[in-house]
Design a protein around this ligand. Sequence first.
Ligand code: GAL
Length: 456
Amino acid sequence: MDSVVEDSFKREELHKEAFGKDFKWGVSTAAYQIEGAHQADGKGASIWDHFTGIKGKILNNHNGNNACDFYNRYHSDLNLMRELHIPNFRFSLSWSRILPQGVGQINYKGVDYYQRIIDHCLENNIEPWVTLYHWDLPLALEQKGGWANRDVVSWFEEYAQLCADKFGDRVRNWMVLNEPMVFVGAGYFLGKHAPGRRGIKSFLSATHHAALCQAAGGRILKASLPHAKVGTTFSCSHLEPYRDLERDKKATLRVDAILNRLFLEPALGLGYPFQEVKSLKRITDFFKAGDEDLLPFDFDFIGVQNYTREVVKYSLFTPFIQASLVPANKRKVVHTAMNWEVYPEAIYHMLHKFQAYPKVKKIIITENGAAFPDVLINGNVQDSQRLQYLQQYLKQILRAKQEGVKVDGYFVWTFTDNFEWAEGYNPRFGLVYVDFETQERYVKASGQWYSNFLKQ
Ligand code: GAL
């Protein structure tokens, strides 16, 4: 065992058994971030294929055309996963690989590719956890209005049904959406992610339609696969006011409503959090009769994805929400390459927050991890900061679990370094280092640690 890994074992005394024998351990990925092969075997274009082609949208004009070439290397990557004793693999399906136009004509080569991945997982005793949608909408659908068009509900239902029919015999764990708040917020309000749209109207309509799809997808999966575990995932941040001022505290409540509650509460039958953010009321412009009854779905589990804490300040000039986040570097706190504060208690607080909703049955941490500037020296990456980050966050998860929170799994974001959206290939989140020139993989010290931990 290498010395960084060995030391950290002694220092942290983290034992897998303490989490219980049914706790699910894994790694998480997403199609666009790893697959590459963006035009292979009949795949249609997605909004990310298009967006990354527009100059200036992505740092260094990077794109996911090749990414980690997982499309061609899934065999060896999954073998490496098995060698590292990782028993659960979360990945997403690329909608436009399966339905190139989003609806209608099926691309059987795309279906076959996911069949092979699932089979290879099962042959290696790796349990597949499938996300239906991790941000890569078929471009053909965006051209018809994308998430801002109500028809997305029926497009998504067609896609969800097809996935249930094709993969449901072997996939037991499903997640409908990945972080709707992020793809709607960054994609339809801030314009920083695909499809690059801005403004309150596209944000509110896309929000409502995504919330309807979240529940509709859940209903389809459950009706077709009654024995499957059906969940969906949420991004969330622990929030604190910047100053002990009434206006900062109120701003924090508004940000909480948008960042942490906007998609969860309708799913739980609580509706949208209008109380805190009055302008959110305009979302009802996009309602049709009976929509209140279509928003809830009784998920088997909730996927919690937490990385950090955010500090909130009142800001008169920020439209819609009158609040802004104080960046970690400005606060002079320890932070990752994403400028996200390293704040392990954040995950502990979020677990308690989610647990407090009586209708949340079970929580799985479907993403947590950190990007640091890794350096490859003689085939080794001594990423002690990531290693510590993972251990500290895990300790907080254990603390919550021991206090009775029903948290039953943990998936590291992510397996290999990959395409990090607007930030391109700069931030490295992987347990495994990727040399993007040669596509060579090198297990980092953190990966070695996770592997030894899982072997315990
Ligand atoms: C999540 C997202 C992932 C990954 C991660 C790290 O928001 O689901 O795709 O990018 O953040 O930034």
